[in-house]
Design a protein around this ligand. Structure first.
Ligand code: 5AD
Ligand code: SF4
Length: 440
């Protein structure tokens, strides 16, 4: 039996793509191994969102080169966004790579492996959705459901539109059928994936047009799905109907990720985000009014070209005002082929780092404060496994997407009640309530 090893970089979309790659390889008779040096097929699913994602990957690739020189029969494959962004250049820069493919071309890997091709192959077309691959889930009770591929936004810093193509939604009936299959297979928590989930369905033919909120409703009615999450929305497209869905739908979790990127109007304009600070804050107010307890998280970039102290202060103000439950913070890095990479007034690196530190201080302090609302409450937790730092404890997640470490006995995949004793910006701590204690 042939053995494969996959290393995944990047976002949840990539993690899901890797699960599909693994499922496809299993159906071809390959088995997965833990160590790269045990594998006949060494794969990388790459990311290009930031520079350090590229750099990390390239050092891993060095090891693949060494392993390939020890055993030239080994196959080295590079998929994902970085591969797509450099295309055939991969083979020039890394001649030991046998196959390279973009995110929309995972299925072509099977074609390559089944052919007797002795020459390196690259697959970078944008085609129809390649989603109908059997995924191999890393946790049996959590599943991804890719609702669309590609992105029609034109954010000036972002490489994704060029690596994943134009937005294409999958048909609602196909998605419901897939959700039903996942539920029948033991999945309790589904995460809907798309680059911009809120614009889901707009590209569908007239008789199939479906709003994102309608899709949420359809998935909510699938038996066995206790939790629905989605990522990522774009603040410009999040509307009342989606907020209402959060109020009404039982399975839809109390968490909204609302990428801010910057709090300054001139920077938002240069980023081509198509909203202002005021409109963003209106969305936040709308969420807070309908769902006071809902977690709000965000993505913020510091050091975008031309960002002045005044612009950055605006970002700090928004972070302070919103009080996010958590945030992914990024130092701007120019990406090839994007508009922002060509802009003047790139911010010097030491200043970016200074701003990052100031931002993290605000984010963490506010997240810590926000998290205190959970203390003393009994929260529903989906158990994920042993705690990372202390294996005698258990780790899970509440519906608000906060991690919880607790004392208890529950198995992964179970839903338990945990009494929250303390909270930091990162995680909650508590102890499991026994059934007798909650009167069941
Ligand atoms: N530099 C820094 N951060 C970036 N992001 C996207 N492109 C860049 C870039 N060139 C961030 C955005 C996005 C998140 C996934 O990555 O904040 O929301
Ligand atoms: Fe995901 Fe973007 Fe990285 Fe591609 S470039 S893997 S879409 S984060």
């Amino acid at each position: 039996m042939k053995r494969f090893h996959v290393t995944t970089f990047g976002c949840q979309m990539n993690e899901h793509d890797s699960e599909r790659m693994k499922g496809m390889l299993s159906s071809l008779g390959y088995s997965e191994v833990e160590q790269r040096d045990q594998a006949d097929l060494i794969l990388f699913n790459t990311c290009s969102i930031r520079e350090n994602a590229d750099n990390r990957f390239i050092s891993h690739l060095g090891e693949a080169k060494r392993l390939k020189s020890e055993d030239p029969e080994r196959i080295v494959g590079v998929g994902g966004c970085w591969a797509q962004s450099v295309k055939d250049e991969v083979f020039r820069r890394f001649p030991f790579v046998d196959v390279a493919f973009g995110p929309g071309q995972i299925h072509r890997l099977a074609e390559f492996l089944n052919s007797d091709s002795l020459t390196a192959q690259g697959y970078f077309e944008f085609e129809e959705f390649s989603g109908d691959l059997p995924e191999q889930r890393s946790r049996p009770f959590q599943g991804w459901l890719q609702i669309s591929q590609g992105c029609n936004c034109v954010c000036s810093y972002c490489i994704v539109p060029s690596t994943r193509g134009r937005e294409e939604s999958r048909l609602p009936a196909v998605l419901v059928a897939e959700a039903e299959r996942l539920a029948a297979d033991g999945v309790r928590e589904i995460t809907l994936l798309g680059q911009n989930v809120n614009s889901y369905g707009r590209d569908l033919p007239p008789d199939e047009k479906t709003r994102f909120s309608e899709l949420l409703r359809m998935i909510d009615s699938v038996d066995g799905i206790d939790r629905i999450r989605y990522t990522s929305p774009h603040p410009k497209d999040i509307r009342e109907d989606v907020i209402a869905a959060h109020v009404e739908l039982e399975a839809l979790c109390e968490h909204i990720h609302l990428p801010l990127q910057s709090g300054s109007d001139p920077i938002l304009k240069k980023m081509r985000r198509t909203y202002t600070r005021e409109r963003y804050m209106d969305r936040v107010a709308m969420i807070r009014e309908a769902l006071p307890d809902c977690a709000i998280t965000t993505d913020i970039i510091v050091g975008f070209p031309g960002e002045s102290d005044e612009d950055f202060q605006q970002t700090l103000e928004v972070a302070e005002e919103v009080g996010y439950d958590g945030a992914f913070t990024f130092i701007y890095s120019p990406r090839r082929g994007t508009l922002a990479a060509e802009m003047d007034a790139q911010v010097p690196h030491p200043m970016k780092k200074e701003r990052m530190a100031a931002l993290i201080e605000v984010i963490q302090r506010r997240a810590h404060e926000r998290a205190q609302r959970f203390v003393g409450r009994s929260m529903e937790v989906l158990v994920e496994g042993p705690s990372r730092n202390d294996p005698s404890r258990i780790r899970g997640r509440i519906r608000h997407n906060k991690a919880v470490n607790f004392e208890g006995t529950a198995e992964p995949g179970r839903m338990v009640e945990v009494e929250i004793g303390s909270a930091t910006s990162q995680a909650l701590t508590g102890s499991q309530r026994l059934l007798s204690a909650i009167g069941v």
